[in-house]
Design a protein around this ligand. Structure first.
Ligand code: GLC
Length: 670
């Protein structure tokens, strides 16, 4: 029976599609939603709220701009576009949860699989307007504090995904590792430099012509043996799986998909053909439970080779063109051949080519078979990547029900947080992207995504040694710590740079932090809490804390203040209370200093990790090791900021089994 929850109000509009974002059974409330003023326009229902000067709006997960989302218009529409900057409206994910923090405190969750637009203080200063479309659920969540609202929301959407513990180690990646030799070289160089590493990521080149669930036999002549060889060295290979399946006769995955009717279809019921890496490809219909079961089972071929982790990509779904739109565009251009074109005619040519990718008309031209019947993709666009990961995750549970498998995805939607993690897509080697990485962390956590990370060093463009060092110093505190970049860009494996000692310090420090990070991560998942907390959520009466968006609590004990500007030796740090500053070059080489509440200029060298311990708190550290499995967690070193004794709740387990529970927490007196 549905439980009445006083602090959650639920409303349904039109005929909402079942997103499975919410797991709690919540009854529909009577009357109109509190706080919001409802109206209609040509797009459907609009809800408005008058923002006073002191109100702040937090959330929206993977989005541009700050932690406080005021002053821009954001759209939930999963989008593969690597040009990431503050004037974008959508990135790769859609996370429709936001909290208003002012005299009134409440959360809004729009349970919609389609486009939702948030105009927060943009068109009209002092007004937030949410354009929800026609068919959706609306939840208003009340609470005493921002953290209270978030906790209630997180309980509603179910427990966050917990990866195996090795996923807290470091991952080296690059689009362009072509074969065994390339991968071995990375492993060798890491070994030679004494850099710890747990994972090497395989991008699309391990496949045969970019065909999912195939392995290129020339490049990897004995893949299972290679997986074993790497594992014996303590390294797991993490292959990519893309959403689109190459449309090629004789390719069993494509043929089975056609036969079973598992692909998205055009209006005539034929597989809708789009262009992605393999050229003409079909899109598995992840919204159909049968297609999910079919696609999920395909992972077996890699699991049988000993693979224990994957990444899912191109699942917005990304489409470079559709077969029809490409043909139309080429015809249109051909018609202009030999003519003396006006400038507008010329621009219509370049425009028609630019519009090919991720085109709205294409998204409106194919259909899903769902439990509720045939649905246009346009209506459910934002659920695609989510259900791709769900397909994999549901199968992992069947393959070995007791084991956790690593999976992270580019595209996502609330609900997917129960099945896997995310990385935040194709960023670039830019200092503002390092800051964006930091600011996104709490918003992602608010929406249930705990296993998260950004491409360290930047995916696109050329990195610099100092950017990579500063980004790695932040990455040391982020669950998914992956250095990844595109082919053609400057190579950015750590061993390619001069200041190896600095990189080694940072990597070693990350491994020393694993007991703390894993513990804080799992406790956040079990208790529906944030792992990254902005200062303003913890010190709600401190205006300075609220304005400080470039510092963050990581877990309950420490605050970080990463450097994100070039040619600086340190930065200003605001302490909302007295704290102990710890400056570490290694677990056996560090200094501690108690700093009073207020402003401080803190120097931060390249090869050191600086963090701040809150009063009454402690953190465990381990001696660094070459990988997570080799960490000695029996002999922990403790750092605390307390006059006498203090305690720390340490979560730990075997790192693999699905049996993750509160009972695995031990309280240490420090
Ligand atoms: C996409 C991914 C990127 C990957 C590339 C090739 O751009 O976001 O991480 O390297 O595809 O697979």
């Amino acid at each position: 029976m549905a439980q009445k929850r006083e602090n959650i109000h639920k409303y349904l509009f039109g005929h909402p599609f079942r997103t499975d974002s919410v797991v709690a059974d919540i009854p529909v409330s009577a009357g109109e939603a509190p706080y919001l003023l409802r109206s209609q326009d040509e797009t459907g229902e609009v809800f408005r709220y008058a923002l006073s000067e002191e109100d702040r709006a937090y959330g929206l997960g993977e989005q541009v701009r700050g932690i406080d989302k005021r002053g821009w218009v954001y759209a939930s529409w999963n989008m593969d576009d690597p040009e990431i900057h503050e004037n974008r409206q959508s990135l790769y994910a859609s996370h429709n949860f936001l909290v208003v923090d002012g005299k009134e405190k409440f959360g809004v969750f729009v349970d919609s699989p389609g486009k939702v637009v948030y105009d927060i203080d943009y068109t009209t200063r002092g007004e937030m307007a949410i354009f929800c479309g026609r068919d959706f659920g609306l939840y208003i969540i009340e609470g005493e504090s921002v953290l209270d609202v978030i906790r209630t929301f997180r309980k509603m959407i179910g427990r966050s995904y917990i990866p195996p513990k090795f996923a807290f180690g470091f991952a080296q990646s690059r689009w362009g590792y072509m074969n065994e030799t390339d991968v071995r070289e990375v492993a060798d160089e890491y070994g030679k430099c004494g850099f710890p590493v747990d994972m090497i990521v395989l991008d699309i080149d391990y496949m045969e012509n970019y065909k999912d669930f195939t392995i290129n036999g020339e490049r990897f002549p004995d893949f299972p043996a290679f997986v074993r060889e790497m594992k014996a060295r303590g390294i797991r290979l993490i292959p990519i799986i893309d959403a689109a399946v190459k449309a090629e006769d004789g390719y069993s995955v494509y043929e089975e998909g056609c036969k079973g009717g598992y692909f998205c279809k055009d209006k005539d019921g034929k597989p809708f053909i789009v262009g992605v890496w393999p050229g003409d490809s079909a899109l598995p219909d992840f919204l159909s439970p049968e297609a999910r079961a079919w696609f999920g089972e395909k992972y077996r071929v890699l699991l049988d080779c000993g693979i224990e982790g994957f990444w899912n990509d191109m699942n917005e779904p990304s489409l470079f063109y559709s077969k029809d739109s490409l043909a139309r565009t080429i015809r249109g251009i051909a018609e202009k051949e030999g003519k003396n074109l006006s400038l507008t005619e010329f621009w219509s040519i370049t425009g028609s080519v630019a519009r090919l990718a991720n085109n709205a008309d294409d998204y409106a031209s194919f259909y899903h078979e769902t439990e509720g019947g045939k649905v246009s993709h346009k209506e459910v666009h934002n659920l695609y990547g989510y259900n791709m990961v769900r397909a994999a995750s549901e199968y992992f549970g069947k393959y070995d029900k007791d084991k956790r498998t690593l999976i992270y995805s580019r595209s996502s939607h609330i609900g997917m947080h129960r099945y896997g993690g995310i990385w935040t897509g194709d960023n670039a080697s830019r200092w503002d992207h390092l800051l964006l990485n930091l600011k996104m962390l709490p918003s992602l956590n608010m929406c249930g995504f705990l296993y998260v990370g950004a491409d360290i060093g930047g995916f696109g463009q050329d990195t610099t040694e100092d950017l990579l060092l500063r980004w790695t110093a932040l990455g040391a505190f982020v669950p998914l710590m992956r250095n990844h970049c595109t082919f053609g860009s400057r190579r950015q494996e750590y061993y390619r740079f001069g200041n190896r000692q600095a990189f080694k310090n940072l990597l070693d420090m990350r491994y020393s932090l694993v007991p703390y990070l894993y513990s804080e991560f799992v406790k956040s998942a079990l208790r529906d809490e944030l792992m990254y907390t902005p200062l303003g959520f913890l010190y709600p009466d401190d205006e300075r804390a609220k304005e400080t968006e470039d510092q963050m609590f990581v877990g309950g004990s420490i605050m970080i203040a990463p450097v994100y500007r070039q040619n600086t030796r340190g930065r200003n740090v605001y302490l909302p209370e007295d704290m102990k500053m710890v400056r570490m070059r290694s677990v056996s080489d560090y200094t501690e200093e108690i700093l009073p509440k207020g402003d401080h200029y803190v120097e931060m060298g390249f090869g050191e990790v600086v963090f701040f311990v809150a009063k009454g708190k402690a953190i465990p550290l381990a001696k660094p090791a070459k990988n997570v499995a080799a960490l000695d967690e029996e002999h922990l070193l403790w750092i605390k900021y307390a006059d006498g004794k203090t305690t720390y709740e340490l979560y730990d387990d075997d790192g693999f089994t699905t049996d993750v529970r509160e009972e695995n927490i031990r309280t240490f007196t420090v």
